[in-house]
Design a protein. Structure first.
Length: 64
């Protein structure tokens, strides 16, 4: 029996070298709002390089 929720590491620099923390939050929030599901940044490991996102599997797949 598997959970519908998971976590993943996100490196905004792989999307764009100029993607800011604010822009990443807006993308994450936009996905969560448009899908009506859970998706959020839960840990800022290394600023500008590694963040941990948690949420519904479908929302995480959309983010990636």
């Amino acid at each position: 029996n598997h959970s519908n929720y998971a976590i993943c590491a996100v490196n905004p620099g792989r999307v764009s070298k100029t993607l800011s923390n604010t822009a990443l939050r807006e993308v994450v929030d936009g996905i969560a709002d448009s899908m009506g599901t859970l998706l959020q940044i839960v840990n800022y490991n290394v600023e500008g390089q590694q963040y941990i996102c948690a949420g519904d599997l479908v929302a995480l797949q959309t983010l990636t």
